[in-house]
Write a protein that binds this ligand. Structure first.
Ligand code: BGC
Length: 765
């Protein structure tokens, strides 16, 4: 290179540097390229204002006037980054998540309705990353049009146990399915140039004592099960923010854990974004700063004081505070609000309603369909509709995952919208029963006992019966075992309706409007068909009717196992099942190992979560992971394999052999050769979904695996180890419906990582 060119280059670099560090001392204003210079002009108190955010309609009487002023910006959003107007930092708005944009109504303020989309569990049941990306894109658009900068979603904790109150907000029991769904969701939302907050990092698998519980987990289970989905989404999508969880991992609050938030998240995975706490999470503000938990969203006055005191007494280096403030400002300058985006408060609600209606049908799971009971035929004109929930559908769960939706289409309305006649007398009985409940209000309601004389009348006057069973749960409280099992009244209803209708030669369909797993084994023989509709958003009743009538062909498959009974889950030994200790979420205590499953929870099952446990133990299940029927049938061809340069590619042709157009979710499970570590009998390593195939049509589905992803975590070496040898790659319609396999030789590899997040000595085996 010539000297002149070098000099010109240096001069340009110097000019850029000067511009990026320049601030007008009298009127400093944040720009994308002067963050460090702005930080230099900020007082410690201003930095702490930025770090410690505000919550929904915050009422701190001591707040500065400019902060009080900022509460007027979308007061119903869950939180905000405080503005520092002196240096041009605007207030940045954060809203929940995940089933749409969560802006709550606030008295005296204008009420903005948001579209209620299907719960994440339903989205995962689609096994369709393109669909989930599209839903994310639409949710993100709605959020942006309401002035939101960061959506507090997706939530990606693992379904460790069916009774976790928030499972509906999470995708699956499997980390790969969860991770890939998260990537699609984040890419979709962030394509609008707004942010996401992937939560709750990590191991937030129960609501009982959620702000204090210490999850005692082995490094192997952490790496392979509980951190894996976060690793995938960080590496593939770089979410703008990550939300640390309330709980402790191996006795350390996640928001105070440098091993989690710096060593693993940033150093090992290369995370570049900002970390925020869950609302008032953790305890010590200074430790949170050091750990790399950039923002306390919101934090308490005590936590703010810890930071200020820490800097003043020298235990917290101000450079650490500056590092975190820099990450916050890097987030701020990307937001629509900083860029002056003019939102119209007028998203296309009609278009979004049709997206939720159609997407929901693709995640509904047809569990049973004897003698082609579904779709309804032209003979099925008059329907006796049973179950209180048929008339008051649950669109989603409760707590911060709920949405201020404009309406919910019940199954009653959905059927009527498709000109199906519903028995008026039965309807009148249920509507009288449902009365005390506000229309659209979602809370648990007991099933109504139904007299057999009425059922006999119904069987005489109708062509068939539909029974809806419903469950709702949500943040703060775990489900109890009676949420899993059918109540006596529900059991009687299913038993009597099926007996009486079958005696009249008429069919019965059960619809499950639930947010999580329920018991099905003891009663599934009774009805002719069972449709797991999940909680399908505000258009739920229309989506179910689309499937019942055959306008849509179900293609959902289970993202978790439906066990025979609750105690079949290995984690049932260590989960707060019906534990009557009122330490649900807000009482902060010191670290204690006093009450099992409340103060601490031992993840004794290790990596044996979900099908990894059931399939390895060869336990009978009610419906296996990955299971779901269609109105058509699919035949899998012989798979082929190509193995080169650390990548194994499996191709399989899938043919629609039935009479209706449909889609098939194809799964790839891998059986590893015997090695030093014990392993599940097989693990999901890839999946794909066909396009809509017409009868007779085929499609080749291509599934690719990096051999690195075959590694297990060896705690002795602190390394991801891929054993060398012959691996079996199995294409499957569910984890128990294996359709064909190929083998490939894989070379061994060892990838060392850090020795962190160890279990406390007292719990080590
Ligand atoms: C929940 C988060 C939520 C936050 C803000 C917390 O209680 O755990 O998931 O984003 O509240 O509403």
């Amino acid at each position: 290179m010539k000297i002149k060119t070098i000099l010109t280059g240096l001069a340009t670099t110097a000019a850029i540097l000067a511009a990026s560090t320049h601030v007008d001392a009298r009127n400093p204003k944040l720009r994308a390229n002067n963050i460090d210079a702005i930080i230099k002009t900020m007082t410690l108190e201003e930095k702490v204002d930025l770090i410690v955010g505000a919550r929904m309609y915050h009422q701190d009487p001591d707040a500065a006037p400019h902060i009080k002023e900022s509460w007027k910006v979308i007061p119903g959003a869950a939180g905000r980054i405080n503005p520092v107007p002196r240096v041009g930092i605007p207030c940045v708005v954060l809203s929940d998540g995940p089933a749409g944009c969560g802006i709550l109504p606030v008295e005296g303020e204008e009420n903005y309705f948001c579209t209620h989309f299907p719960i994440e569990t339903l989205l995962a049941s689609t096994w369709d990353v393109d669909l989930v990306r599209n839903v994310g894109q639409v949710i993100g658009n709605e959020a942006k049009e309401y002035g939101v900068d960061v959506l507090l979603a997706p939530a990606i904790n693992i379904h460790r146990h069916p009774l976790c109150g928030r499972n509906f907000e999470y995708f699956s029991e499997d980390p790969l399915l969860t991770g890939k769904m998260a990537v699609a969701y984040v890419d979709g939302v962030q394509s609008n140039d707004i942010g996401t907050s992937v939560k709750h990092f990590a191991v937030n698998n129960q609501e009982t004592n959620r702000m204090n519980n210490s999850a005692i987990v082995s490094p192997r289970a952490l790496r392979e099960i509980y951190l894996k989905a976060f690793e995938i989404v960080v590496k593939e999508s770089q979410p703008w923010t990550i939300m640390s969880s309330y709980n402790r991992i191996n006795d350390v609050y996640t928001s105070e854990s440098p091993e989690l938030l710096t060593t693993i998240l940033r150093e090992e995975w290369g995370y570049k974004g900002t970390v925020m706490t869950d609302w008032w999470g953790g305890a010590d503000g200074a430790s949170q700063m050091i750990a790399g938990n950039d923002m306390l969203e919101p934090g308490t006055k005590e936590q703010a004081a810890h930071i200020i005191e820490g800097v003043k007494n020298g235990t917290l280096d101000e450079a650490v505070v500056d590092r975190n403030v820099r990450r916050i400002l890097e987030l701020v300058v990307k937001t629509p609000r900083f860029k002056g985006y003019k939102y119209g408060n007028n998203p296309d609600m009609k278009a979004h309603a049709s997206v939720t209606r159609q997407s929901a049908t693709e995640g509904m799971v047809l569990l049973k369909n004897d003698n082609r009971a579904l779709p309804l035929s032209s003979q099925d004109k008059n329907i006796a509709l049973f179950g209180v929930v048929s008339y008051n559908f649950f669109s989603g769960g409760t707590g911060s995952g709920d949405i201020n939706r404009p309406y919910v289409v019940s199954l009653l309305d959905g059927l009527k919208n498709q000109n199906i006649t519903v028995d008026e007398n039965i309807k009148a009985l249920y509507q009288a029963h449902n009365k005390p409940q506000e229309q659209g209000e979602q809370k648990r309601i007991g099933e109504m006992p139904m007299d057999t004389a009425i059922i006999k009348y119904a069987a005489r006057s109708n062509d068939m019966a539909i029974i809806t069973l419903g469950r709702i749960s949500g943040e703060y409280v775990d489900r109890v075992s009676s949420d899993f099992f059918l109540s006596e009244t529900e059991r009687e209803l299913v038993k009597n309706v099926t007996r009486i209708f079958h005696a009249a030669n008429k069919k019965v369909v059960v619809v499950l409007n639930v947010g999580g797993v329920i018991e099905t084994d003891s009663w599934k023989d009774m009805p002719d068909a069972i449709l797991l509709s999940w909680q399908a958003g505000q258009e739920g009743g229309n989506s179910v009717a689309d499937i019942l009538t055959g306008h849509a062909n179900p293609s959902g498959k289970l993202p978790m196992t439906f066990p025979v009974t609750l105690s079949d889950h290995c984690s049932s030994l260590n989960f707060p099942i019906d534990q009557k200790i009122d330490r649900r979420w807000s009482v902060k205590t010191g670290l204690t190992h006093k009450v099992k499953n409340v103060d601490y929870t031992l993840y004794d099952e290790g990596i044996y979560v979900g099908y990894r446990w059931f399939d390895t133990q060869k336990l009978q299940v009610s419906y296996p992971f990955g299971y779901g029927l269609s109105y058509t049938t699919f035949e899998y061809g012989k798979p082929s394999v190509e193995n080169s340069q650390g990548e194994v590619t499996i191709r399989v042709s899938v043919k629609n052999t039935g009479g209706k157009a449909g889609k098939e979710a194809v799964q790839l499970y891998v059986e590893a050769p015997a090695g030093k570590l014990d392993k599940p009998v097989h693990e999901l390593k890839a999946f794909g979904k066909t396009r809509l195939l017409k009868p007779g049509e085929s499609q080749v589905v291509t599934l690719t695996i990096h051999t690195d992803d075959l590694a297990s975590f060896d705690e002795e070496q602190n390394a991801w180890v891929t054993d060398g040898g012959k691996y079996k790659f199995v294409v499957a319609a569910s984890s128990r419906d294996l359709r064909g396999s190929v083998t490939a030789d894989v070379s061994p590899s060892v990838r060392k990582v850090n020795d962190v997040l160890r279990m406390p000595a007292a719990f080590k085996k």
